[in-house]
Design a protein around this ligand. Sequence first.
Ligand SMILES: [Fe+2]
Ligand SMILES: [Fe+2]
Length: 321
Amino acid sequence: MRDIHDYIEVSSDLIRRQSSSLLFDVYVKRTEKDFTKVFNKGDELDIARFDSYIAKGVTNYYVSQEDFEKYSQFVDLLIKKYVQSGDFAKSRDGLDVFNEMISLTTREMMLLGNINPRVVSNANLAVQTCVSTLVKGGGHKGLMRVISMMSSHDYQIKHSIMVSIFSIIVAKESGIVSELSLNHVGLGGFLHDVGISQIEFDPEEREFLNAKELQEVRRHPELGKRLLEGVKGIRQEVVDIVLQHHEQPNGAGYPNGLRGPEIYHLAKVVSIADVFSSLISKRPFRDPFTVKKALEIMRSESGRYDTKLFSSFADLLGKKK
Ligand SMILES: [Fe+2]
Ligand SMILES: [Fe+2]
């Protein structure tokens, strides 16, 4: 019997929209380790049967690891279609495609540490979409829906997109208007923890780490920098954000204990988005904090964040309530 990791959850909404014959086999999960094929590669999707499964509450569909590339190609075609037609975040269908694009890209980058030109270009596209949606204004709702659609995904996938979106919001609120800078901060936020893919265990699952594990985890900014350096299409600004997102203005951060002005401004932005996102997320060892409580906690950690950046972000969230 194959292991659970041989199967990858895919979007039922997108599969239902497959109009030509299926490029991949589709499975459902019977038990944690038992997957059954329900639709065959090469066949047209039997919509009536598919809908009857959905009506019975079968909502999670999977493709095998071997077919994953085919599934990614299928999603890439949909992405191209939506890019040509304009806005992802405005329609429900567009959001489904956008959501799946982010999930696949983050899965490859964050969980597998696989940084190739295709995922970099999809990551860029995802971030540019978020930036232009936010710059045009009125995009918060759509993007918050993207975040809520991510709730069933692995923490690291959800965390990456949340940090990306909140980084753009923090930056924009602090007065940064250049779309290029907003793209850098969004991509830096998206990739900030990419180095974690190189660590043997999953630190996000643990509430406490022993000294050796802590030392290992603290290598992730440096590991992320090394993964990204030399990748075609990645800007130095993004690499600097990844390397410095755990530095603190009071000098207590890592890896280099940089102080205030020594820290790259956009890394300070991502640091705020990073901590805020993790506080408002559910973790295996605690419930999520409310926005109000998360801001209170952060306010009490003076010296850890850039004061100006933090106040403009806190003011914005205060206004929204
Ligand atoms: Fe990190
Ligand atoms: Fe993080």
